[in-house]
Design a binder for this molecule. Structure first.
Ligand code: PMP
Length: 340
């Protein structure tokens, strides 16, 4: 079964076929500020509202192909929320059940939405990856104990293969093959690695060099150091959800990125507020990290370049946090004028 089947202009036989084929939108102010053309892939327009619908579908398709996921089966996963939403919706469409383990610190909106769509939701305290109580390990054990299929999005490379075969060629085609750079943050690394591999495939086929790929990392993540020096050194913290990583996941293994930028939260939040109020696009914090990184890359490359990035999910998923003056003040973050 295809990872995603039909262009937006044609009929979709079912929900999973409607995943992907998202618009690539020119970000006017980011483009004008840099003299470049900066485009955002509108992944918030997927049926489950995020880029993770693609990974969810790719992982379920792969498990079906392998024969591990059978009719009436259960898919189990640890997630910051968006993968859980994608998995649960695709599971609903295909007749599976989902068990979703999530740190209780994630946004109320994602937690409530997961309950609403029928996930068997298990909230756990936030713990570092080295702790056996970390949500990823809890989900692995739950899958083992219950005979469910563990999606294992961090190390299961079906995740990046999904992006390699859908997100990347869509971006390449939408930009007419004229793309100088791509910026992307990383949670599992599926999007970053998959798009990198896919752009490499497209460039090779066209006989041109791969676009420059720059990791966009929040504070509190080790990957910036990993790309820059090979050391997973961690400092600071971020209010963004779903991104930042303390280890080289299976999806990142074997990949080489051209550079990395580390974006502080205020710089990312400024981008999402600006985009919302001046361009009518409501996106979440990781999209802000991605856009801020695209702007930095555009400034470094100089005018006239064409840069793509990912608008991972929508702002409504963070209404109680990134768009809530009380939360922002408590975190010492600036409150945008119209919310103050
Ligand atoms: N942004 C958001 C909002 C996410 O939920 C995620 C996934 N956790 C990402 C970005 C990162 O995507 P990936 O897992 O493909 O690295």
């Amino acid at each position: 079964m295809a990872e995603s089947a039909n262009p937006a202009s044609s009929l979709s036989p079912d929900m999973p076929a409607a995943i992907g084929h998202t618009p690539l939108i020119r970000l006017r102010r980011a483009s004008e500020a840099t003299g470049c053309d900066i485009y955002g892939k509108a992944e918030f327009m997927n049926p489950g509202g995020s880029v993770k619908d693609r990974a969810a579908l790719a992982i379920i398709n792969d498990a079906e192909r392998r024969g591990t996921l059978r009719p009436g089966g259960t898919i189990v996963e640890g997630t910051a929320g968006n993968t859980g939403i994608g998995l649960t919706l695709v599971a609903n469409a295909r007749g599976y059940r989902s068990v979703i383990v999530m740190p209780e610190t994630q946004s109320r909106e994602k937690i409530e939405f997961l309950s609403m769509i029928g996930a068997d939701l298990r909230l756990v305290p936030a713990r570092p990856f080295r702790d056996p109580g970390n949500y990823v390990h809890v989900s692995r054990r739950l899958a083992e104990e219950t005979g469910g299929v563990w999606a294992n999005q961090f190390d299961n490379t079906a995740n990046r293969e999904g992006h390699r075969h859908t997100t990347a060629p869509e971006i390449w085609d939408q930009m007419g093959g004229r793309i100088d750079a791509f910026t992307c943050s990383c949670g599992t690394g599926g999007t970053l690695a998959g798009v990198t591999l896919g752009l490499e495939d497209c460039a090779k086929q066209a006989g041109v060099a791969r676009p420059r790929v720059v990791l966009a990392d929040p504070e509190g993540s080790g990957l910036y150091g990993w790309v820059k020096t090979g050391d997973l050194s961690i400092s600071g913290s971020s209010v963004t959800e779903g991104i930042g990583q303390s280890r080289v996941t299976g999806n990142l293994e074997g990949l080489h990125f051209d550079d990395a930028v580390r974006i502080p939260d205020p710089e990312a939040l400024e981008q999402i507020y600006d985009l919302l109020i001046h361009e009518g696009l409501s996106v979440g914090g990781s999209a802000g990290i991605n856009i801020a990184a695209a702007i930095r890359v555009a400034r470094a490359m100089g005018p006239g370049h064409r840069i793509a990035t990912i608008l991972c999910d929508g702002g409504a998923r963070y209404q109680s946090k990134l768009f809530n003056p009380e939360f922002l003040r408590a975190k010492d973050l600036p409150v945008p004028g119209w919310l103050a």
